[in-house]
Design a protein around this ligand. Structure first.
Ligand SMILES: *Cc1c(COP(=O)(O)O)cnc(C)c1O
Length: 404
C-alpha cells in the first residue's frame, strides 16, 4: 500500500489569505450595500505596460509561422533574456555575474519553494520573523523543520530571527548557527530594508560560518534610497555564499504572466560540488522552460521604452505608499516601510491583536488589510497595508481610517 509524504500533515491550519477571503465574503454577504476597499493582498493592479504588450503580440505572431515558430524553450532560458538580465541587473551595477549563472523560471515563488531540494534534510534553516510563508512551508514539506508548537506557532528546528520595532525590523545574527539563511530585502511583509553595509555583514557571516544565503530580491525595483543594495552580489564575497531570487511580478506586473529567475554563481560550492551544476540538473529534469512569448515580454522589460514605462508604474505605487504612510501618521498610527517597498507595516492601536484590528477595520472602515500575525509570531500586534491598489481607492481608504 502506498504511503504519503507525512510532512504535509504537519502543515498547520488554514492558509492566511483564505481565512481573510472567508471573513471578507461573510462580511460583504451580510452587508451588501458596503463598498469594501482591499489593501490586503500582494497583487498588482496596473495593466501590463505597452512596450511589453507589443513584444508579446510580436512573439504571438511569430508562433503562427513555420519559420519563426518556437517549441520547447531551453531549460535554463533563452540567451536573449539571460543576457539582458546580466547586462541590466548585474553588469550595470558592477556585479560580475555571467549568463550561465542565470536560470530563468516561471517566478520566484516556485524557485523559493524548490531551491531547498538541493540541500540535505539535516540543514538548519533561519528565517526572519515575520516571514514570507513559502520559505518555512516548503521546508516543512521536506521534513526539515522538526515539530510544530501551536502555542508559540514555531517549529522546533527552525531558527527564527525576530524583526520588530525594537530592532528596526533588521534581523540579528542568531545565537545558533544556521546552515541556510533566508533573507527577503526589501522585506515582505514589513516593507523595511537594510543598508548595503548591513547586508555585507550577512555575507561575511555566511562565508565565515559556511552557510548559504537565499536572497529574495522580488522588491528590488522599489528601492529608492542610495545606500541600499539592489543585488546581494554588490557585496564582496557574495558569490561564494548566496543564491539570489528575482521576479518580474512586482516590477513589471507579471503576476499573471509568470516569469522570474534565480542566480546561482559558479563559485558557490559545497566542498568540490557546484551548486550551479546541481540547480542546472534539477531545472533540466523538472522544468521545461518558461514560454517563449513570456521571455520576449521579459526582454521588453529591459528595453528603453519598457524601463521608462515601468519606472512610472513603480512611481504610481510608491505615490500610494507615501499617501498611506502620511495618512496613517496624521491619524496617529505608528508606521514603517513604504520607502523602499510597496508595503506599509503599522503598529495596531492600543493592545489590539492583529486579527482584532483586521476585524475592526473591516467592520468600521470596510478596508481589508493583512494581519501581521499571519506572517509569524513576531508579526503579532502589527498589520500590513499594500500600495498596489488604485490611487483613488487608496485615498478613499485613508479617509475612512482617519474617521475611526
Ligand atoms: C511576490 C513575491 C514573490 C514573487 O513571486 P512570483 O512567483 O515571481 O510571482 C517572491 N517573493 C516574495 C517575498 C514575494 O512577495
Amino acid at each position: 500500500m502506498y504511503k504519503i509524504n507525512d510532512n504535509y500533515q504537519k502543515l498547520p491550519g488554514s492558509y492566511l489569505f483564505s481565512t481573510i477571503a472567508k471573513k471578507v465574503n461573510a462580511y460583504s454577504e451580510a452587508n451588501p450595500d458596503k463598498k469594501i476597499i482591499r489593501l490586503g493582498i500582494g497583487d498588482v493592479t496596473q495593466p501590463i505596460a505597452p512596450a511589453i504588450i507589443e513584444a508579446m503580440h510580436k512573439a504571438v505572431d511569430e508562433m503562427g509561422h513555420a519559420e519563426t515558430f518556437h517549441g520547447y524553450a531551453p531549460d535554463l532560458g533563452y540567451e536573449f533574456l539571460r543576457s539582458a538580465i546580466v547586462k541590466n541587473d548585474y553588469q550595470a551595477r558592477g556585479c560580475d555575474i555571467t549568463v550561465d549563472e542565470i536560470f530563468v523560471s516561471d517566478g520566484a515563488k516556485s524557485d523559493s519553494g524548490n531551491i531547498q531540494e538541493i540541500f540535505a534534510q539535516n540543514n538548519r534553516i533561519a528565517v526572519c520573523d515575520p516571514v514570507y510563508p513559502v520559505y518555512v512551508d516548503s521546508n516543512v514539506m521536506a521534513g526539515r523543520t522538526g515539530t510544530y508548537d501551536p502555542e508559540t506557532e514555531m517549529w522546533s528546528d527552525v531558527i527564527y530571527m525576530p524583526c520588530t520595532m525594537e530592532n528596526n525590523f533588521v534581523p540579528e545574527f542568531p545565537k545558533e548557527t544556521p546552515d541556510i539563511i533566508y533573507l527577503c530585502l526589501p522585506n515582505n511583509p514589513t516593507g523595511t530594508t537594510i543598508t548595503k553595509d548591513q547586508l555585507q555583514g550577512w555575507v561575511d557571516y555566511a562565508n565565515k560560518n559556511k552557510a548559504v544565503i537565499i536572497y529574495d530580491a522580488a522588491y528590488e525595483a522599489y528601492i529608492s534610497e542610495e545606500n541600499v543594495a539592489h543585488s546581494i552580489y554588490e557585496c564582496e564575497g557574495a558569490k561564494t555564499c548566496a543564491i539570489e531570487l528575482k521576479s518580474f511580478s512586482k516590477n513589471a506586473g507579471f503576476t499573471g504572466v509568470r516569469l522570474g529567475y534565480t542566480v546561482v554563481p559558479k563559485e558557490l560550492k559545497c566542498g568540490e560540488v557546484s551548486l550551479n551544476a546541481m540547480w542546472a540538473r534539477r531545472h533540466g529534469t523538472k522544468f521545461n522552460g518558461a514560454p517563449y512569448i513570456v521571455q520576449r515580454a521579459g526582454e521588453a522589460v529591459y528595453s528603453e521604452a519598457g524601463k521608462t514605462q515601468l519606472k512610472e508604474q513603480v512611481a504610481y505605487y510608491m505615490k500610494n505608499a507615501k499617501a498611506i504612510k502620511q495618512g496613517l501618521r496624521d491619524a496617529g498610527y505608528t508606521v514603517f516601510g513604504g520607502v523602499n517597498a510597496p508595503y506599509i507595516w503599522l503598529k495596531t492601536p492600543g493592545e489590539m491583536t492583529s486579527w482584532e484590528f483586521f476585524d475592526d477595520l473591516l467592520a468600521r472602515a470596510n478596508v481589508v488589510g493583512t494581519p501581521g500575525s499571519g506572517f509569524g509570531p513576531s508579526g503579532e500586534g502589527y498589520f500590513r497595508l499594500t500600495a498596489f491598489g488604485s490611487y483613488e481607492n487608496t485615498l478613499a481608504a485613508l479617509e475612512r481610517i482617519k474617521m475611526l
